[in-house]
Design a protein around this ligand. Structure first.
Ligand code: DX5
Ligand code: ZN
Length: 226
């Protein structure tokens, strides 16, 4: 069975000073997940939020908090994020080549859903063992921009990775992140992505609910065709 469409507004593009209200607004407009971009200023040249903010937000929403950790030492953050109420914990393979087994296990032990992400320059084959492990990741996040900032241009050449993953793993959650919006979604959806992160295209729209709906329709339309 095809993995269900999940539309995940990237809260990086929201008004951080009104995070609880922004989260509530996105859920009301049809978001399935809230995508939380955690940046440490080392793995990427930008610094955003950490576990204390997740903890505060958790008091205001029951929504699935899809945490994307763009950090150099993901294992340091598993316990605090678990305690804070994160739902998904997606780490980058580039900083977990030696300890992904332990990392996946500890993420699950702390009650979160493990995922792995890869930068545009990282070959997709690197994540196959994590999906096929006895204790596997449940989501692969294919970056469609260089991680670090919202509002960048979608890289269509990353769709080869999405197609390769979808061919091997028909029911895996495959997420795309960076430059997604009404003008790029069809390419990603037809390649097989089912979890769609979108920041500037949703928050910058006159009608964000309409964008969320358009993203969902594209994913579901592609799934019905295949
Ligand atoms: C980039 C982040 C993305 C970003 C997406 O490093 O991982 O989640 O917020 O923003 P848009 O949709 O504006 O490209
Ligand atoms: Zn992200």
């Amino acid at each position: 069975m095809a993995a269900a469409a999940k539309i995940a507004p990237s809260m990086l593009s929201s008004d951080f000073a009104n995070l609880a209200a922004e989260a509530e607004r996105m859920v009301r407009l049809g978001a399935d997940w809230l995508h939380m971009d955690i940046m440490d200023g080392h793995f990427v040249p930008n610094l955003t939020i950490g576990a204390p903010v997740i903890q505060s937000l958790r008091k205001h929403t029951k929504a699935y908090l899809d945490c994307h950790l763009m950090v150099t030492n993901p294992s340091d953050y598993v316990e605090p994020f678990g305690k804070a109420g994160a739902s998904g914990f997606t780490f980058h393979i580039e900083v977990a080549r030696d300890n992904w087994h332990e990392l996946i296990q500890s993420i699950r032990e702390k009650g979160m859903r493990p995922g792995v992400s890869l930068r545009p320059g990282t070959p997709v084959e690197e994540v196959f063992p994590l999906v096929e492990a006895e204790n596997p990741v449940e989501l692969v996040l294919v970056m469609t921009v260089e991680p670090g900032f919202g509002g960048q241009k979608f890289m269509p050449e990353m769709m080869d990775k999405v197609r390769a993953l979808r061919k091997k793993y028909p029911s895996l959650d495959i997420e795309v992140d960076g430059g997604l919006g009404p003008s790029t979604i069809d390419v990603a959806a037809s390649a097989g992505a089912n979890c769609i992160v979108a920041g500037s295209s949703i928050f910058g729209a006159a009608d964000p609910g309409e964008v969320i709906l358009a993203l969902r329709k594209s994913v579901e339309g592609s799934q019905n065709k295949s």
